[in-house]
Design a protein around this ligand. Structure first.
Ligand SMILES: Cc1ncc(COP(=O)(O)O)c(C=O)c1O
Length: 375
């Protein structure tokens, strides 16, 4: 094998160059321009929702969503402990407290059965995260939210185009947020989007995103806002990516099917993140858990793969184990198991069958290692 097999890679195989060149030629390179409007309109359509508000990245998309619900000191927001840190940090930016919830053992997503006992009079909402592309079981979540009068934010950073039953994720909660970082299913380099069906929330978020300036009155500010805008160049890339999103999704499913084919004989050693019968996974990351039958640690396993030029990532460390959010009293056994034993394998549109066959053959070898001495 020659080059390193990367865990993620953008694929810019559509109109990206053409649209970016047009921005340069017409000098519309800042946060105004036709691509911003077109990307927002087309993205709202893709999410089968009324409004999409572009912004600088997925973290500020979450911040805007929480600001729209007036989250502040004393407020609590339920968040899965097994997620990327931005989900919790956005609550902290607002002065609120992220309250962690353990994961479902099959999907690794927030476990709806573990939510109700975390709710108290300070709880204002729930952020669900469709982890690695697998949709959250939304029906029970929406039922709990209704019962306790909580908002629901869907963090769809990792799950563009995934389906919950026949609904596209991002169209179910009150607000959804997306990331278009370079490793995501579609990318703008850095970028994000907030999606909602609610007209008032749409207006509020647009104002907050653009320094708090009223859209109908230039240089009139009644709230403290932010400069969280996306540029026309980023939106140009995003529009080109969105035109091809079905290709990106199909490619990822192909890669996942190949992993199932080549790793399917190793179930004595590994577990997969489930794909439930009500779910269409969008496979941002194809991930495995090492069972106890594997004799080497997860980190040694990844180190061996790295030496074989296969880049991997550990599944996120649960947030309650991070120095910034450490908790010792509460237990989160499922998230701890997945976080301790999980690995993200290379998943992107440039991979070929021979890459997956090679990665799987190396995985088999390390699954069967007797000790870390190896060969
Ligand atoms: C679940 C989740 N939420 C939020 C984010 C933040 O997105 P960004 O990196 O665009 O700020 C990420 C990013 O990778 C993520 O995985």
């Amino acid at each position: 094998m020659g080059d390193v097999i990367q865990v993620a890679s953008p694929v810019l195989n559509g109109n990206e160059k053409k649209y970016v060149n047009e921005c340069l030629e017409t000098t519309w390179i800042s946060s105004k321009g036709k691509y911003v409007d077109e990307f927002e309109n087309r993205f709202a359509e893709f999410c089968r929702s009324r409004y999409a508000i572009s912004c600088s990245n997925g973290t500020v998309a979450l911040h805007l969503a929480l600001l729209a619900f007036n989250i502040g000191p004393g407020d609590e927001v339920l968040v899965p402990t097994l997620t990327y840190i931005a989900t919790a940090n956005a609550v902290t930016y607002c002065g609120g407290k992220p309250v962690f919830v353990d994961s479902d053992p099959e999907t690794w997503n927030i476990d709806p059965n573990k939510i109700e006992n975390k709710i108290n009079s300070n709880t204002k909402g729930i952020i669900v995260v469709h982890l690695y592309g697998h949709p959250v079981d939304m029906d029970p979540i929406m039922k709990i939210a209704k019962k306790y009068n909580l908002f629901v934010i869907e963090d769809v950073a990792e799950a563009h185009g995934a389906l919950y039953k026949d609904r596209v994720v991002g169209s179910i909660g009150d607000i959804s947020t997306f990331s278009f970082f370079g490793n995501k299913i579609i990318t703008t380099g850095e970028g994000g989007m907030v999606v909602t069906n609610n007209e008032k929330l749409n207006e509020k978020i647009r104002i907050l995103r653009s320094q708090g300036m009223y859209t109908s009155r230039r240089y009139w500010f009644e709230v403290i806002g932010y400069n969280y805008r996306m540029t026309n160049i980023q939106a140009a890339i995003g529009l080109a990516q969105l035109e091809n999103i079905q290709w990106h999704l199909d490619k990822r499913r192909e890669i996942a099917d190949l992993y199932y084919k080549y790793l399917g004989s190793l179930l004595e050693y590994i577990e997969f993140q489930a794909e439930k019968d009500w779910a269409t996974h969008s496979y941002w990351m194809f991930s495995i858990i090492l069972k106890n039958t594997v004799k080497i640690s997860r980190d040694e396993f990844m180190e061996h793969l790295k030496n074989d030029k296969v880049e991997t990532r550990p599944v996120f460390y649960p947030l309650h184990t991070m120095p910034t959010y450490r908790e010792t009293k509460e237990k989160y056994p499922v998230a701890e198991k997945v976080g301790h034993k999980g690995i993200n394998l290379p998943t992107h549109g440039l991979l070929k069958e021979e890459d997956i066959a090679y990665i799987s053959e190396r995985i088999k070898k390390y699954c069967e290692y007797e000790s870390c001495d190896g060969d």
